[in-house]
Design a protein around this ligand. Structure first.
Ligand code: HEC
Ligand code: HEC
Ligand code: HEC
Ligand code: HEC
Ligand code: HEC
Ligand code: HEC
Length: 370
C-alpha cells in the first residue's frame, strides 16, 4: 500500500467514526429538553405548586430528585390517544380514557387503563385486587416487611429495615427497586432502539433492576425507541432469555425477563426441567426445531420470543425466529407486563377465542392448533 492510499484510508475511517460518534451523540435516548420541563427547584411558581399529577392523585408537595411529577403524574394522559407527553416526552402507561392507539391498546407493556375496568386485567397499582392478596406462584418469602412487593402494589412497603425498599409503592415496586428514591435512571444513555442495554450503567432494560440475591442484576434487552407505539417484524423490543433447569429470580436465571417475573411468581418456573413431569406451560424453553414450532419463522411482536446470550445483540432487533438459534417462549410471549384488555393480562383474547374477531396467539407457535 502506498502511503497516500494509507492516508486516504485513515481519513475515510476517521470521517466514518466521527459520523457514528456524532449521530450517536445527537440521538441519545435519555431525557432531553429544558431542566424546568421536569424539575422544580422550590416546587413553587407564583406561590403555586409546580407539578404534574394524575387525576385524583394526592398532592404530596416537593418530590424526590426535585421532580415536578410523581411517576404516575408524568406517565399519565387524560385522553385516549396520547402515547407520549408533548412536554416531557414521557411514554404514557396510563390513559384515563380508553387507549385507542395500536393493537396492544397501549405501549409494549400495555396500559393501566385496563386494570381499572377489571382487576384481573393487570397489576393493580391503584387499589387492592379483589381476589389476590399475594402474587400467584409466590415462593413464600418471609422477612420482606409489611405490604411487600410480593403481596400488592398500591400500599407502601415498611419495616424491611432496608432504605432502598421501605416506602416503595406502585411503579417502584417493579422499577428501580434496589435504589433509594429515583436516582438518575432517566439520565442514563440507553441508546435509540438498537443498543444492547445490559448493565446498571445503561439503566437496565426499562429500569428493571433486581434486589436481594438479585442485587447487581437487572433485565437485559434492546429497547424499541417508541416503546412499540409502531412495530413490525423488524421494529420491536428484544428480551434476553436463558434455558436452564429450574430456579427463579435473577440469582437463578440471570438477567432475563423470565427471571424478573419469577422474582414474584417463582413457582411458575422453579422446578421446570427438574420436575418430571413439569406440569405448567414452559417459559424460557427453546422452540423445538421440528414439527409445528418450526413454522414460526418471522417475528410477530404480538407473540415475542426471548433470545439466548448467543444472539447478535449488537445487531439490533431481528425479524427471524428459529429454535435452531435458541429462541424461547417466555412470560411475555403470552402476557403484557402492566395490563391489557384481556383476562390475566394476556396479549390476545385467549378466553374469547374462537369468538368473532378474537385472535389465537397460541397458534403463532403451535402452528397446527387452530
Ligand atoms: C424530560 C424530563 C427531564 C429533564 C428535561 C431533565 N431531567 Fe433531571 N431527572 C429527570 C427524572 C425523571 C429524574 C429522576 C431520576 C431517575 O430516573 O432515577 C431526574 C434526576 C435528576 C437528578 C438527580 C439524579 C442524578 O442523576 O444525580 C439531577 C441532578 C438532574 N436530574 C438534573 C437535571 C438537569 C441539570 C437538567 C437540565 C440540564 C435535567 N435534569 C433535565 C427528568 C428530567
Ligand atoms: C418529570 C417527568 C417524569 C417523572 C417524574 C418520571 N418519569 Fe419516567 N420518563 C420520563 C421521560 C421524559 C421518559 C422518556 C425518556 C427516554 O426517552 O428514555 C421516561 C421514561 C421512563 C421509562 C422508560 C425507560 C426507557 O428506557 O425507555 C420508565 C420505565 C420510566 N420512565 C419509569 C418511571 C418511574 C418508575 C418513575 C417514578 C420513580 C418515573 N418514570 C418518573 C419522564 C418522567
Ligand atoms: C409488575 C411490575 C411493573 C409495575 C408495577 C410497573 N411496571 Fe412499568 N414495566 C414493567 C415491565 C416488565 C416493562 C417492560 C415491558 C416490555 O418491554 O414488554 C415495563 C415498561 C414500562 C415503560 C416503557 C413503556 C412500555 O410500555 O414498554 C414505562 C414508561 C413504565 N414501565 C413505567 C411505569 C410506571 C410509571 C409505573 C407505575 C404507574 C409502572 N411502570 C409500573 C414492569 C412494571
Ligand atoms: C414485584 C412483584 C411482581 C413482579 C416483578 C411481577 N408480578 Fe405479577 N403479580 C404480582 C402481584 C402482587 C399480583 C397479584 C395482585 C395484582 O394482580 O395486582 C400479580 C398478578 C399477576 C397476574 C394476574 C393478574 C390478576 O389480577 O389476575 C399475572 C398474569 C401476572 N402477575 C404476570 C406477571 C408477569 C408476566 C410478570 C413479569 C413481566 C410479573 N407478573 C411480574 C407481583 C409481581
Ligand atoms: C403460553 C402462554 C403463557 C406463558 C408462556 C405464561 N403464561 Fe401466565 N398465564 C397464561 C394464561 C392463559 C393464564 C390464565 C390461567 C390459565 O389458563 O392457566 C395465565 C395466568 C397467569 C397468572 C395468574 C394466575 C392466577 O392464579 O390468577 C400469573 C401470575 C401468570 N400467568 C404469570 C406468568 C409468569 C410469571 C410466566 C413466566 C414464568 C407466565 N405466566 C408464562 C399464559 C401464559
Ligand atoms: C412463543 C411460543 C409459544 C406460545 C405463544 C405458546 N406456546 Fe405452548 N409451547 C411452546 C413450547 C416451546 C412448548 C414445549 C415444546 C416441547 O418441549 O416439545 C410448548 C408446550 C405446550 C404444551 C404441551 C405441554 C406439555 O407438557 O406437553 C401445551 C398444552 C401448550 N404449549 C399450550 C399452549 C397454549 C394453550 C398457548 C396459548 C395460551 C401456548 N401454548 C402458547 C411454545 C409456545
Amino acid at each position: 500500500m502506498t502511503s497516500k492510499v494509507r492516508k486516504t484510508i485513515i481519513i475515510i475511517s476517521l470521517v466514518a467514526l466521527l459520523t457514528v460518534v456524532l449521530t450517536y451523540g445527537i440521538a441519545d435516548a435519555k431525557v432531553t429538553g429544558p431542566c424546568s420541563n421536569c424539575h422544580t427547584m422550590h416546587n413553587s411558581q407564583q406561590g403555586a405548586h409546580m407539578q404534574y399529577l394524575a387525576p385524583g392523585e394526592e398532592d404530596i408537595g416537593p418530590k424526590g430528585a426535585l421532580l415536578r411529577g410523581t411517576c404516575l403524574g408524568c406517565h399519565t394522559a387524560t385522553d385516549g390517544s396520547t402515547w407520549k407527553s408533548s412536554i416531557t416526552g414521557a411514554p404514557i402507561v396510563f390513559n384515563t380514557s380508553e387507549p385507542v392507539f395500536n393493537e396492544a391498546k397501549g405501549l409494549a407493556a400495555g396500559n393501566f387503563y385496563w386494570v381499572q375496568t377489571e382487576d384481573t386485567k393487570g397489576h393493580n397499582i391503584f387499589s387492592q385486587d379483589s381476589k389476590l392478596s399475594v402474587a400467584p406462584g409466590d415462593m413464600g418469602f418471609s422477612g420482606c416487611g409489611t405490604n411487600n412487593c410480593h403481596t400488592n402494589f398500591h400500599l407502601a412497603v415498611s419495616g424491611t429495615g432496608n432504605p432502598a425498599l421501605d416506602g416503595k409503592q406502585g411503579c417502584t415496586k417493579c422499577h428501580m427497586v434496589n435504589t433509594v428514591g429515583p436516582k438518575g435512571f432517566h439520565h442514563k444513555d440507553d441508546g435509540t432502539g438498537t443498543k444492547y442495554v445490559d448493565t446498571a450503567e445503561k439503566g437496565w432494560y426499562r429500569f428493571l433492576e433486581g434486589h436481594m440475591s438479585g442485587s447487581g442484576h437487572g433485565v437485559a434487552g434492546i429497547e424499541d425507541d417508541d416503546w412499540q407505539y409502531t412495530y413490525s417484524s423488524t421494529d420491536h423490543n428484544e428480551y434476553l432469555g436463558s434455558q436452564v433447569s429450574g430456579g427463579y429470580g435473577f440469582g437463578g436465571l440471570g438477567n432475563t425477563m423470565t427471571a424478573y417475573c419469577t422474582g414474584c411468581h417463582g413457582v411458575f418456573h422453579d422446578n421446570q426441567g427438574t420436575a418430571s413431569p413439569w406440569l405448567r406451560h414452559p417459559s424460557d424453553k427453546i422452540l423445538p426445531t421440528s414439527g409445528e414450532y418450526a413454522a414460526y419463522t418471522t417475528y410477530d411482536p404480538l407473540v415475542p420470543v426471548a433470545r439466548p446470550s448467543s444472539f447478535d445483540w449488537e445487531g439490533g432487533p431481528s425479524s427471524m425466529v428459529s429454535g435452531t438459534h435458541g429462541d424461547m417462549v417466555m412470560c411475555l410471549s403470552c402476557h403484557r407486563a402492566h395490563a391489557s384488555p384481556y383476562f390475566k393480562m394476556m396479549r390476545w383474547d385467549y378466553r374469547g377465542w374462537p369468538g368473532s374477531g378474537a385472535t389465537n396467539g397460541c397458534n403463532v407457535c403451535h402452528t397446527s392448533k387452530n
